[in-house]
Design a binder for this molecule. Sequence first.
Ligand SMILES: *[C@@H]1O[C@H](CO)[C@@H](O)[C@H](O)[C@H]1NC(C)=O
Length: 137
Amino acid sequence: MKITIFVLSLLATAFSWNIPHDIQDSWIQVATPHYSKCMCASGADITAAENILGKLLYPNDPCLKCFAKCIEIELGLMLSDGTVVPEAWVSEVAAITPEIAERCVNDTIDILDTCEKAYDYSQCIVEEVSMSNDLNP
Ligand SMILES: *[C@@H]1O[C@H](CO)[C@@H](O)[C@H](O)[C@H]1NC(C)=O
């Protein structure tokens, strides 16, 4: 029973991100100049890659994870050794506070696979921004 409720609430969360459209549009605008290069470099599926920010969908796909890493490196949000640059997230990406950036660093600190880390960090950002909008509508 508890597990059912947990799974249902996970599903509900996944399909009800509380991200304002203008914020989501600005995320897409920042990432778009690097889409072709990063799709090519990662071998990511074009539709799936566009759906990350377009629909906030994060399927478990290794190429998409490396697509996210490529985008983050291009934007200076991650160093090529896989180190996240939280200050860059705050300055370059709409709606990210220093607290959110730091919480997501803590959240992903133990992930050794750098593509996975980039993807999970991005997903953490979506969750945190969504949650902050739930708390301060
Ligand atoms: C991140 O982790 C550090 C060290 O454990 C802690 O001091 C800090 O408060 C954490 N930051 C956030 C925003 O949770």
